[in-house]
Design a protein around this ligand. Structure first.
Ligand SMILES: Cc1cc2nc3c(=O)[nH]c(=O)nc-3n(C[C@H](O)[C@H](O)[C@H](O)COP(=O)(O)OP(=O)(O)OC[C@H]3O[C@@H](n4cnc5c(N)ncnc54)[C@H](O)[C@@H]3O)c2cc1C
Length: 508
């Protein structure tokens, strides 16, 4: 903290999104306070699936290996129609993995959150304030102040920026006066997490039983953990599921219930809401505070982590004086339409699963079988996630601008690395003369860009660049392609114009 008691950023909420943001900003040396009302990590999982973008982000904070340790891949999802036969299938993309990490892994949320917090503890510039319940907010032109109730009395924390990572009922959002658009999904499900205690017949893939009399999801999680999501049926009430007998009866058609040790069950209201305003002055929203969606594509947390990735480098650049405040505007411009698109997909999947009208379910089956016959039986999960359409991108950056840069494994000076571990700031990758040789220039937006060469050992990036007919790409700190094309000098000029700085001499 600065001598005047002013933090650079106050993060409200120490869930997975707040903890990730605290790591990203703290490792850049920014003075961060992260405040949370509860004393401990919430010890029950909600998210069970991490995607390749999340793992790449955890790589940036040195945790991807640890978090992915012991995780199992997502084996894909079968949707079964009224007759119990396949109506739709979604697979995770097989190797080679374009971002350097498996497309989807099943993880245990509380374990990952503990790792994120342990990492925060190693950062001198981050203060963690547990048992701090935010009760009031105010901001001036320069400072945000949040008042807290704590076990030792009232406290105030002042910061240059506030990020509300404070969950679906976000007090930050309320204080900002941000309305939410309801995207029209509202269903209640009982979520049951259980450990398998002995061999028992179960599907080898995650399965959506799209049965109108009992819509049920079966999710293969990490290790022996399995999840069932049971839709609360018309005529039933949430309270009916306080009765364990009712839960067991709903599980019985799908699993030998005595082969399970129940971990927890809880009723969730699956809804789809997106905040209309993600920024007010010095306050921002991220994670569930900004958006909620049903879990049928496992994208709620993954999207919150995208928010953290997108906002952290912007805040960092503005705090360091490398960019003006306008850079912060494009956070919402980029993230909100992306969330709207992903939420529509998850809603559609939720409607497929949750149909309780037998006649409509029969039509659904017919339609989806026709789609499978036309486009092949397989939808690749990652292909459903769109690129960024508008925002801080090079307007002349070609069709790859806004997509995710592949992350190859490269060899440099005889050592093997994932490319992101060698890059910093805005980096440019060019195809160099030689066998799969890449020429990389880091920190293009600074006065001291630095260049090196490396071999793309599996031709992942060089092959992709050749396939797209491009010679260079400029990649943002969050792994999004800012520009891709043929002429590096012109692209660098446009980047310098965007940062309002002189064009540097070419690196030797
Ligand atoms: C059944 C289910 C399955 C899911 N499956 C997946 C999945 O597989 N993949 C996926 O990506 N997502 C999934 N999700 C969504 C995912 O769980 C959430 O998107 C994610 O956990 C949200 O993280 P967050 O950090 O934004 O918010 P939270 O985890 O809700 O954290 C918010 C924090 O803010 C704190 N807070 C709130 N108010 C205050 C206050 N006044 N003062 C101080 N602190 C405060 C809270 O105590 C909390 O710790 C699932 C969700 C559900 C319900």
């Amino acid at each position: 903290m600065t001598g005047d008691g002013l933090y650079d950023v106050l993060i409200l909420g120490y869930g997975p999104v707040g903890a990730t943001l605290a790591n990203l900003l703290g490792q850049e040396g920014h003075r961060v306070a992260v405040a949370e009302m509860h004393p401990e990590v919430f010890d029950k999982p909600r998210a069970v699936n991490l995607d390749q973008e999340a793992l790449r982000l955890f790589q940036r904070i040195g945790l991807a290996e640890q978090i992915s340790h012991g995780c199992v891949p997502h084996y894909g999802t079968n949707f079964l129609g009224v007759d119990g036969e396949l109506i739709k299938a979604i697979y995770s993309a097989p190797p080679p993995y374009p971002l350097g990490w498996p497309a989807n892994l099943m993880f245990i949320q509380p374990e990952a959150e503990r790792l994120l917090r342990e990492r925060v503890e190693t950062l001198d510039s981050v203060d963690v304030r547990l048992e701090h319940t935010a009760i009031a907010f105010e901001q001036t032109r320069d400072v945000v102040t949040v008042a807290f109730d704590t076990p030792s009395g009232a406290r105030k924390v002042r910061a240059r920026y506030l990020v509300g990572c404070d969950g679906a009922n976000s007090p930050t959002r309320e204080w900002m006066g941000a309305q939410q658009t309801d995207l029209g999904f509202s269903e209640h499900y009982v979520v049951v997490d259980a450990w398998i205690t002995r061999d028992t017949p179960l599907p080898s893939r995650t399965t959506q039983y799209c049965y109108p009399d009992a819509p049920t999801s079966y999710v293969i999680c990490s290790g022996k953990l399995r999840r069932w999501e049971l839709k609360i049926l018309p005529g039933e009430s949430v309270d009916d599921y306080n009765d364990l007998g009712r839960i067991r009866a709903r599980l019985a058609p799908f699993v030998e219930v005595d082969a399970l040790k129940l971990w927890r069950s809880a009723v969730y209201h699956f809804n789809a809401r997106v905040a209309d305003t993600w920024r007010k002055g010095r306050a921002f929203l991220a994670g569930d505070a900004a958006h909620t969606m049903p879990p049928f594509l496992g994208q709620g947390l993954n999207s919150g982590l995208r928010d953290a990735a997108n906002l952290s480098w912007r805040l960092s650049y503005v705090l360091r004086g490398k960019a003006g405040e306008t850079l912060l505007e494009s956070y919402q411009t980029e993230r909100r339409p992306h969330i709207l698109a992903v939420t529509e997909i998850t809603k559609d999947l939720g409607k497929i699963v949750g149909e309780t009208d037998p006649a409509k379910a029969a039509c659904r089956d017919q339609r989806l079988r026709a789609e499978m016959a036309e486009s092949g039986p397989v939808t690749v999960r990652q292909a459903l996630i769109p690129p960024i359409a508008h925002g801080f991108l090079d307007k002349e950056g070609g069709i790859l601008a806004g997509t995710l840069a592949p992350q190859p494994r490269v060899s440099r000076d005889g050592e093997s690395h994932l490319l992101d571990d060698l890059t910093s700031g805005f980096s440019m990758v060019q195809l160099a003369p030689g066998d799969n040789l890449l020429a990389v220039t880091n920190d293009l937006e600074t006065d001291s860009p630095a260049a090196f060469k490396c071999h793309d050992t599996e031709c992942l990036l060089s092959g992709s660049m050749q396939d797209h007919g491009i010679k260079m790409m400029i990649v943002r700190p969050d792994g999004v392609i800012w520009s891709a094309g043929a002429d590096p000098a012109e692209a660098i000029e446009r980047l310098c114009a965007a940062f309002k700085k002189p064009v540097p001499e070419p690196c030797q």
